[in-house]
Design a protein around this ligand. Structure first.
Ligand code: FES
Length: 155
């Protein structure tokens, strides 16, 4: 849900970065930290605050995968699909997690309970396959750990 006071939120956050070069990324991160995502309605507000075009702001928001364009689920499962985790069998883990969560990767459940997302290397390659569950790493994923993850995000 878009906050009613989005323009105030963006204006207040933009004031923090007023006059700084390269303020766009920090401002977008601040909006995401405050709101939980970067609504499309924030784009013209950011453009005006930083004296940029809407196209410039839109281009940055859509280029960086880290910026959410929709609200995330209450729980977030990020599964590493990069090479080292692939070599350690993340393909089967992705299939099993997707089946158990009832979601394809990069989707959020309709009830807003969980988002299942791809990431590309968590820096834990030696202990893959790896995931982040609500920002906590889970390594050496196997059927038992999938059970635990599913139980955790079912709450
Ligand atoms: S490839 Fe998965 S943590 Fe590096």
């Amino acid at each position: 849900m878009i906050p009613d006071d989005l323009d105030t939120i963006v204006g207040t956050l933009a004031d923090r970065f007023a006059g700084e070069r390269g303020a766009l990324l920090p401002l977008l991160h601040a909006i995401q930290a405050e709101v939980g995502w970067v609504p499309d309605a924030a784009i013209p507000l950011v453009a005006r605050a930083l004296n940029l075009s809407r196209a410039e702001v839109h281009g940055v928001v859509t280029f960086y995968h880290d910026f959410r364009r929709e609200p995330a689920g209450r729980h977030i499962v990020k599964l590493c699909l990069a090479e080292a985790c692939k070599a350690r069998g993340v393909g089967a883990i992705e299939t099993a997690l997707s089946d158990r969560l009832g979601l394809p990767i990069d989707e959020t459940s309709e009830d807003g309970r969980v988002s299942f997302e791809a990431v590309y290397c968590l820096g834990l390659c030696a202990t893959g396959p790896n995931a982040l569950v609500n920002d906590k790493p889970v390594s050496r994923l196997d059927a038992h750990k999938i059970d635990r993850i599913v139980a955790q995000v079912s709450a």
